[in-house]
Ligand binder design. Sequence first.
Ligand code: CO
Length: 172
Amino acid sequence: MLREVITYPNKLLRLKSDDVVQFNQELHTLLDDMYETMIDHAGVGLAAIQVAIPLNVLIICLPNEEDVQDKADLIEAINPVITHKDGEQVFTEGCLSVPGFTEDVKRAQSIVVEYYNRDGEKQKMECDDFLSVAWQHEMEHLSGHLFIEHLSFLKRKKFEKEWKRKLKEQKK
Ligand code: CO
């Protein structure tokens, strides 16, 4: 089932999410709905708080070499923790909760992350480049932060001005 993606400046996006304690059907339904919603919005990642559920749950599905989002590549992560970060990279990011806006963000080049899959089995992944960016971006949602917080003071001011204008136009 498709869920509504909440967008900036919805205050829910500032909530710190809680750990999942039960790996039950409700969690599986949430994960299935998040996947459907992410694909419907042409996104490559989604955190549960973006569908207004404050739980430490995120999904990532990057396009493969043929530029296809294959469900076989879907990562479902419950209660993820980044245990190691290394290096630096700058990547142009976007976010389904800040639709239509992209900006360069500096993050770690490579990370190690530990998490649980939908069945509560512990997983560990080492990754770099785009996948590492996606992980760090989605993890930030779980702590109640957005990628626009990385912008310089002036870029952020410009963004806020443009965003307000856009919201006003949508209300008309
Ligand atoms: Co996002």
